[in-house]
Design a protein around this ligand. Structure first.
Ligand code: 5GP
Length: 140
């Protein structure tokens, strides 16, 4: 399986499709999922091409995990969360729909289930949640 440079997240990285940015560094980009399974659901991706966990380099994985750690802690503070669910799907059979490596970060609260997949969220709310995570990162 090869990398398709026209996948949605590659377009987001090139600025061809808008996104609610949460955080970025030299190697990674974090932005809000537009179909959030929980409040604050965001995605961490490497800036370099890579399909999923199967072709990721150690450097890409390391960079992503460093950002996941930072954003996850910011989510705990921003939402007063009780925990974090980290998800990664590889290939269609593994549940992957967008073929650029990404890690889902879902802030979780005790006893609260995730929402069903595939439902578009409220853009103003998603934007506000992204801003809250970004602010928490700045104050860390
Ligand atoms: P996966 O490939 O791991 O199944 O999930 C892809 C994720 O990307 C889904 O959670 C979906 O809501 C999200 N998604 C799909 N299209 C877009 C988009 O255009 N912008 C953003 N921000 N997220 C998207």
């Amino acid at each position: 399986m090869s990398y398709d440079p026209d996948n949605i997240f590659a377009k987001i990285l090139r600025g061809e499709i808008p996104s609610f940015k949460v955080y970025e560094d030299e190697d990674t980009y974090c932005f809000m999922d537009i179909m959030p399974r929980t409040d604050g659901h965001c995605l961490v991706i490497p800036k370099t091409p890579c399909r999923n966990i199967l072709d990721a380099s150690p450097e890409q994985l390391s960079a992503c995990m460093t950002t996941v750690n930072k954003v996850a802690n910011a989510c705990m503070r921003a939402f007063g969360a009780d925990g974090i669910t980290l998800q990664q799907f590889s290939e269609a059979a593994g549940g992957q729909e967008v073929f650029h490596l990404h890690f889902h970060i879902l802030p979780r609260h005790e006893g609260v289930s995730t929402r069903p997949p595939g439902k578009m969220g409220d853009m103003d709310q998603i934007k506000a949640h992204g801003a809250a995570i970004a602010e928490a990162i700045e104050n860390m």
